[in-house]
Design a protein around this ligand. Structure first.
Ligand code: WT7
Length: 655
């Protein structure tokens, strides 16, 4: 068995990527972030964050910047403010009420334009309606809706009256809603009759009805009309949104919230255990999302910003709702999927609204690559000036394709690393300053002190890999797990003293740039080599026949773990035994002989969660021939059954 050549290296970085893209002078000259900003924040870290908090509108100015009682932070103590005022009133009061807050594009092709004044009007009416029902400051309200304009209205109406929202992604099951509403003891839920998905009607209200049978804390269900088919309404519990707001005034006094008051809860699906209710505060969260929206996306008044995430995930909270609205920007809200009715829907939308900034996920980019550039080439994408990525490591191939085919070679691509728990972007280039490298999230945002450490918690010298940690509190950090401070400490603050553990593996190159390598539990150990599943995936996707790949470690008598690959092919390629060998050899030639995968299975689709993350836990179960664990968070459960039978058939042949 080989030994690890570098004891410091938790994960060996094997892919060598050398392409670099310095900012163009033209972009640099107009950028919001100018050189020196990282150094300035380093010199006065609290001063940096204070200056961003001061850009918010306060009903009472804050007195302190940070009180740190590890792992519990209090930022901007003594101040009061309201998130909806920061997102709406202050723009309307400044005479910008006619600015467009959202271009809404429904999946069936219906369109609406919503100004800041209209959004404020709708938010006030719903906020009054909620108050009339008895929902009050300090309560929790669940929201289960498709991507329609009423969704951001619902979030902001909760914020206005000081009730924390808990958005449950509209694709989740009744059981998932129950778990989350019970944990938070929600008093109300806001939903929609039905939604549209790939031309089919999704029965949201009917799903909520099932959930409500088991959710005794919920007294009210507010239903917005999207599709229009009749739905069951229970007297005394259910009320139509329109009926609730009809006679309500169009103004509503906002609650003056303390900086640390809970703005929202968002549940992250843990791998096995029950979901964690991630808590976010009012002032710190708003400070983090405004600073990052301005500096990472270089957002200007003239921009049309399209973040394609669902508001059901943190990306939508931070970069569709709170960040862009706090800055008075114009956003695009799209209800549907990228391939409905055709595989060019995204590009049609970019062209129609002349989107200038696009923020999407590697899993989407790889799907676009698979569908082919002809769908892109049908449209004029020349309005785009910045591209961004989030959700998982972006492999250099996908980065280059995004840069060349979507960006026409003219747009910086910013890869943004962060988590539900961090609230806002943590590691990302600042376009205009940072030299980009395909596949790297580059460096920590100003005011974020990140490091890479080994198993003992010691800094790994540049050039090595380990655990990404954060050394100092930051304003938008989670304030904990709802109702479970102990689990918060154990999960994030116990492996290393005084360091926040994000749970991702990360490598830093000699320039100090960060390269993310997936979750720590996505690291394989093959003959003493710690190999990142993401790197093997990246090597596979580098092959022209491959559309997407997922890699897991499988217990192996000889090598500890063996590398097992699941691969979907591009439309022009066919599975064959020869290609199977070729792909495994391709990995070996890219990364080193010892990384030659032991097994490779072709599949049409990979099993993914509804947020697009590949479920490696299930793939490990399949690879090791175990009974499958929980599959309820899968987007499409038929995928795993199909894979299971393929793997079983293949191993049957070998015996
Ligand atoms: C996990 C957090 C952050 C909003 C969406 C996901 C992975 C996220 C990147 C990136 C490499 C990334 C990490 C992280 N991740 N962005 N740019 N490069 N990995 O939020 O569901 O809380 O997931 O997503 O593994 O820990 P989330």
């Amino acid at each position: 068995m080989q030994t690890d050549p570098n004891a410091h290296d938790m994960i060996e970085a094997l892919l060598k990527e050398t392409r670099t893209f310095p900012p163009t002078p033209a972009f640099a000259a107009q950028a919001n972030a100018q050189p020196g900003i990282h150094e300035e924040a380093e010199r006065d870290y609290l001063g940096f964050w204070r200056s961003w908090a001061e850009k918010l509108t306060w009903s009472k100015p804050f007195e302190t910047v940070l009180e740190w009682n590890e792992p519990f932070a209090k930022w901007f103590g003594g101040g009061t403010l309201n998130a909806s005022v920061n997102c709406l009133d202050r723009h309307v009061e400044a005479g910008r009420g006619g600015r467009i807050a959202f271009y809404f594009e429904g999946e069936p092709g219906d369109r609406r334009t919503i100004t800041y004044a209209e959004l404020l009007h709708d938010v006030c009416k719903l906020a009054n309606g909620l108050r009339k029902l008895g929902v009050k400051r300090g309560d929790r309200v669940a929201i289960y809706m498709p991507m329609v304009p009423e969704l951001p209205v619902a979030l902001l109406a909760c914020a206005r009256i000081g009730a924390a929202h808990s958005v449950v992604f509209g694709g989740f099951s009744a059981d998932s809603i129950v778990d989350r509403m019970k944990d938070a003891e929600c008093v109300a839920i806001i939903t929609t009759d039905q939604g549209w998905r790939r031309g089919k009607k999704v029965p949201l209200k009917a799903t909520v009805d099932v959930a409500l049978e088991q959710s005794p804390s919920v007294k009210h269900c507010i239903v917005s009309k999207r599709v229009g088919d009749p739905v069951a309404m229970r007297d005394g519990r259910d009320i139509w949104w329109n009926d609730l707001v009809r006679d309500e005034p169009a103004t509503c006094a906002p609650e003056a919230m303390e900086s640390e008051d809970l703005l929202f809860l968002l549940y992250t699906s843990g791998t096995t255990a029950k979901p964690k209710g991630i808590m976010h505060s009012t002032a710190g969260y708003l400070t983090g999302v405004t600073a990052t929206t301005s500096l990472v996306f270089d957002l200007k008044e003239s921009d049309i910003f399209w973040c394609t995430a669902d508001i059901g995930w943190v990306t939508g909270h931070s970069y569709i709702v709170y960040g862009p609205l706090a800055l008075g920007a114009t956003g695009i809200l799209y209800e549907g999927t990228p391939d409905f009715p055709e595989q060019d829907r995204f590009w049609e939308i970019v062209e129609r609204y002349k989107a200038t900034i696009l923020y999407t996920a590697p899993t989407a980019i790889r799907a676009f690559m698979k569908w082919g550039r002809e769908h892109v080439d049908k449209h004029d994408l020349s309005s785009l000036r910045l591209l961004a990525s989030v959700g998982e490591p972006i492999n250099p191939e996908a980065w280059m394709w995004y840069h060349d085919v979507i960006g026409g070679g003219n747009c910086p691509v910013v890869d943004t690393w962060w988590q539900t728990e961090t609230g806002a972007i943590m590691i990302a280039p600042l376009p205009g300053i940072t030299t980009l490298k395909p596949g790297s999230a580059t460096r920590a945002f100003p005011g974020i002190v990140a490091d890479v450490v080994d198993e003992e918690g010691k800094t790994v010298p540049l050039g090595g890999g380990g655990y990404i940690v954060i050394r100092q509190p930051w304003p938008s950090m989670t304030r904990g797990i709802y109702g479970d401070p102990q689990r918060f400490k154990e999960t994030y603050w116990s492996k290393f003293e005084h360091l926040y553990l994000a749970g991702d593996g990360c490598h830093r190159d000699v320039d100090g740039d960060f390269w993310f390598m997936g979750r720590i539990d996505d690291v394989m150990n093959v003959s003493g080599h710690r190999i990142s599943t993401a790197e093997v995936e990246s090597a596979l996707v580098d092959h022209h026949a491959v559309a997407e790949a997922a890699v897991v470690g499988k217990a192996d008598d000889l090598t500890g773990q063996a590398i097992v690959c699941f691969v979907s092919l591009r439309s022009h390629s066919e599975p064959s035994a020869a290609l199977n060998t070729e792909l495994r050899q391709h990995v070996a030639s890219k990364l080193g002989k010892f990384t030659m995968p032991k097994e490779l299975t072709f599949t049409q689709e990979l099993p993914k969660t509804r947020s697009g993350k590949i479920m490696r836990r299930l793939l490990r179960d399949i690879a090791e021939g175990r009974e499958l664990g929980d599959t309820t968070t899968l987007a499409d459960s038929s995928v795993v059954l199909d894979l299971q039978s393929r793997v079983q058939a293949a191993s049957g042949k070998e015996e």
